[in-house]
Design a protein around this ligand. Structure first.
Ligand code: ADP
Length: 560
């Protein structure tokens, strides 16, 4: 700005000086010419007298270089000329100024001279003998004077230029200085000494305030947005038109194992270059809402992509990534469970239906009816046990959301005694020795579920036992919680089967399990019950020697 002001002022001054100089030279030129003409006339009159007396001898004495002197006889022949050889000069009677002088005594003309080859002013004076004395001066003779005048003007111009340069510099500095000194944070401080700047300063202050407010708003919104996206367990990506990732949260980085520091610009393909992921991105960038669940390693991710529209144009896309592995696995388990349930229900129902069909035919003798009815009874009981277990499991699937699972301090020893009593007939049938060694430990939990848990563990210990075997139940306070142990000296479980026994409908030996009335859901119920109480289950088993299930209820659960 300072430079601009300075240049403008300097330029203006230079133009003004140039114009004034030009005007001076033009005016001067006119004056000089007039002055020269007057001088020339006076000169002619001054030398006319001596010329009449002494003739060309006098004229030869005159040594003026810029003035041409010609003496012409009355017949027009040239008697003398200080610039040319008079003898070789043509007759001058036809020259305008000569004619005029012969006629009226004085003549003048302003024309081009063939002799001097310059524009020339002539003045002629008739002498008493009828001859004419003519003096002439070319216009160029004034040029040295004009040049001098011009150079003087240029000198002044240069001095003026230097002066105007420093003046312009000082002026621009004095104008721009205060503006430069305005501090944008506190512009009002300069308002008082420079009244002319007050409106500008006011405007700057207002704009400053508005910018500050807008910046704060933007910052707050950005922080809110960041707080929301950073606290999301879902991945969040904003993708630009060329597939470049404009914004992302840390969940997106960890879900896709991307390290942003290793690259400059990150593209959507750096997150996942699979065709499915790419098709979701490209469809959303084409303006379509797109959803898809894709597998990645051991996990499943649901992608929800929405286009970002600016008027009719799609300028990018927002992509939300949800880890739906649990949901997908749950779905898979549910599908398998439904198929298994149908199968498990079908077996006893088919058996009941077939037996009833035989009985209905009337072909069965009286003594056999009891056997067939017994079959129907056994299968019905199995069916009831199965349905009961399915109901229990589906309730447990709801987890702590089920209001029926209210928790309280529960005495596990009481529950153990109730269960042992319920199973005493079955234990006696196998001549088992059942021992209970329980302290008065309590756990914070849901009594009916804990009873189901203890029942299933003790029921299995009896079912998969040997005749004359033993079942040892103990409850004791450990360092970090309460441990319930159900140990038997039964058939045991092969080591490689142990990880699978908690799966729904999984049985190590299906025919044996069916024989002893197992549903294949008992340990699933135990696992879910433990999960609901935050308890851990440990299994130690040795085929032919027996099995021990230890459920540890951690102390923190009591303070829930
Ligand atoms: P089931 O109703 O068949 O007993 P569970 O889910 O309770 O089903 O048990 C799953 C399988 O684990 C059983 O079929 C059995 O093969 C094995 N099992 C469970 N408890 C014991 C145990 N105490 N001793 C030996 N095997 C056991």
């Amino acid at each position: 700005m300072k430079r601009k002001i300075f240049l403008s002022v300097f330029l203006l001054l230079m133009i003004m000086i140039l114009l004034s100089s030009a005007a001076i030279v033009v005016v001067l030129y006119g004056n000089v010419i007039d002055q020269n003409k007057d001088n020339l006339k006076s000169f002619a009159e001054a030398i006319s007298g001596p010329c009449e007396l002494h003739g060309s001898d006098f004229l030869k004495e005159i040594t003026l270089t810029d003035t041409r002197i010609t003496w012409i006889a009355a017949d027009g022949s040239v008697r003398y000329d200080n610039r040319a050889d008079a003898g070789e000069m043509e007759n001058h009677s036809e020259r305008e100024e000569i004619k005029e002088a012969i006629e009226s005594g004085v003549g003048e003309s302003d024309r081009y001279s063939d002799t001097l080859m310059e524009r020339t002013f002539y003045f002629a004076l008739r002498l008493s003998d009828g001859s004419v004395l003519r003096v002439a001066k070319s216009y160029s003779s004034v040029f040295p004077y004009l040049l001098y005048a011009f150079l003087t003007a240029v000198g002044f111009l240069l001095v003026a230029a230097v002066l105007s340069l420093s003046a312009a510099k000082a002026l621009s500095a004095s104008i721009a200085g205060p503006i430069n000194r305005i501090k944008l944070d506190t512009p009002e401080k300069l308002a008082s000494p420079y009244r002319e700047l007050a409106p500008l300063v006011d405007r700057i202050s207002t704009l400053q305030r508005q910018i500050k407010e807008q910046m704060q708003n933007l910052k707050r919104k950005q922080e809110e947005f960041q707080a929301i996206t950073e606290n999301m367990s879902e991945g969040f990506l904003v993708i630009g038109r060329q597939g470049e990732v404009v914004s992302y949260n840390s969940s997106a980085l960890s879900l896709f194992a991307v390290n942003p520091n290793s690259k400059g610009v990150i593209y959507a393909a750096d997150f996942d270059d699979s065709p499915d992921f790419q098709s979701v991105v490209s469809r959303s960038l084409a303006g379509y809402h797109t959803e898809m669940t894709i597998p990645r390693g051991q996990r499943y991710y649901q992608l929800i992509a929405n286009p970002i529209e600016d008027g009719a144009k799609t300028v990018g896309a927002v992509l939300l990534v949800l880890d739906v592995t649990e949901k997908e696995e749950g779905e898979k388990l549910r599908r398998e469970f439904t198929a298994n349930v149908s199968h498990e229900l079908k077996t006893p129902l088919t058996s009941i239906s077939a037996t009833a069909e035989v009985l209905r035919s009337g072909l069965i003798e009286g003594k056999d009816i009891q056997h067939f009815a017994g079959n129907i009874y056994t299968e019905s009981k199995r069916l009831i046990a199965l349905v009961n277990d399915i109901i229990k499991l589906s309730r447990l699937d709801e987890g702590s959301a089920n209001p029926a699972f209210a928790k309280e301090q529960v005495s596990l020893s009481k529950i153990i005694n109730i269960v042992v009593k319920r199973l005493s007939v079955a234990a006696q049938e196998k001549h088992l020795t059942v021992t209970v060694k329980a302290d008065d430990s309590t756990v914070y939990g849901c009594a009916p579920i804990l009873e189901d848990m203890v029942y299933n563990l003790c029921d299995n210990a009896i079912k998969y036992n040997k005749t004359n075997g033993y079942v040892a139940i103990s409850l004791s306070r450990m360092e970090d919680g309460v441990a319930l142990s159900v140990k038997d000296g039964g058939i045991g479980i092969p080591h490689d089967e142990i990880p699978r026994i908690f799966e729904r409908f999984y049985r190590v030996d299906k025919s044996h399990s069916n024989e002893v009335g197992g549903t294949g859901l008992g340990l699933s119920i135990v696992k879910h019950a433990a999960l609901l109480h935050g308890a851990e289950i440990r299994v130690v088993s040795e085929p032919n020697f027996g099995t021990e299930f230890v459920v540890t209820f951690k102390d923190q659960q009591r303070n829930e």
